[in-house]
Design a protein. Structure first.
Length: 258
């Protein structure tokens, strides 16, 4: 089991290539897992906590570890049976405070070989101090290494920009997270500011040696081809597919009832 996990983690890590990014269509349940996994271009799987929370009738910030793990367990079991060739990563928000090691152990027990880890403390709604945020990444990697999975993939997200920080501050955090053991850094632009511009993405990408994860946003954000040209290593869509699906469902309801 451990050897297979490390093999999966190493595969997932190898997919993060600057200028040839892994593209993730985020999932939140078994149905979306099946839809995404069956596409011939898909190379890996990743969940989106916003969609997991919404499908459970709660807000992203209110999603408990138990609720998240419940969804992750069903997804991971189905993935291991039907799509064992696809590495799976989990959105664990900021790692649930002091339960961080417990979370990573549970992910590995489920066969999950990567995670999104945020630097916004849910309890205070402030950024973790830089040294604390870096230590949290190191804590994740220590657990993974102790379980025989040193290639475990951490996509370290910083909320510097939506918290009012500068792009230079976000770059400094991203560089520090990579040095602490993250595979990529995800500089979240924030919904209110419209994500990151192309110029910002290019600046961050150059500063972190291409080890940048970005969220493709619809309809006005940079598309996958444009982001690939920027030189990023990872592209995801977060809850965008979930939101688009709900809009289509609403329209279908209107078509039936009107």
């Amino acid at each position: 089991m451990t050897a297979n996990l490390e093999s999966q983690a190493a595969l997932f890590r190898s997919l993060h290539q600057p200028g040839n990014p892994v593209i993730l269509c985020n999932i939140h349940d078994i149905t979306t897992l099946s839809l995404v996994a069956q596409h011939p271009s898909v190379k890996a799987l990743a969940t989106a906590s916003y969609a997991v929370a919404a499908s459970n009738g709660t807000e992203d910030d209110a999603l408990t570890l138990e609720e998240n793990l419940s969804a992750l367990t069903s997804i991971a079991l189905e993935a291991s049976k039907k799509y064992p060739h696809l590495p799976l990563s989990a959105d664990i928000q900021e790692g649930y405070g002091d339960r961080l090691e417990e979370v990573i152990e549970k992910l590995l027990d489920l066969g999950i070989v990567g995670c999104n880890l945020e630097d916004l403390d849910r309890a205070t709604q402030d950024l973790y101090p830089l040294d604390v945020a870096c230590e949290r990444i190191r804590r994740v990697m220590r657990v993974a290494e102790s379980k025989g999975v040193p290639s475990f993939v951490v996509n370290a997200r910083t909320d510097t920009l939506p918290q009012g920080g500068s792009l230079a501050d976000a770059i400094a955090r991203g560089q520090a997270y990579l040095a602490a053991g993250a595979t990529t850094t995800f500089v979240w632009g924030g919904g209110k500011r419209g994500g990151m511009s192309k110029a910002e993405a290019e600046q961050v990408c150059e500063a972190v040696g291409g080890k940048l994860s970005v969220m493709r946003s619809f309809p006005n954000g940079l598309n996958s081809a444009e982001l690939t040209k920027v030189g990023v290593s990872r592209i995801s869509v977060g809850p965008t597919l979930y939101i688009k699906a709900l809009a289509a469902y609403k329209q279908a309801i209107n078509d039936v009832l009107t």
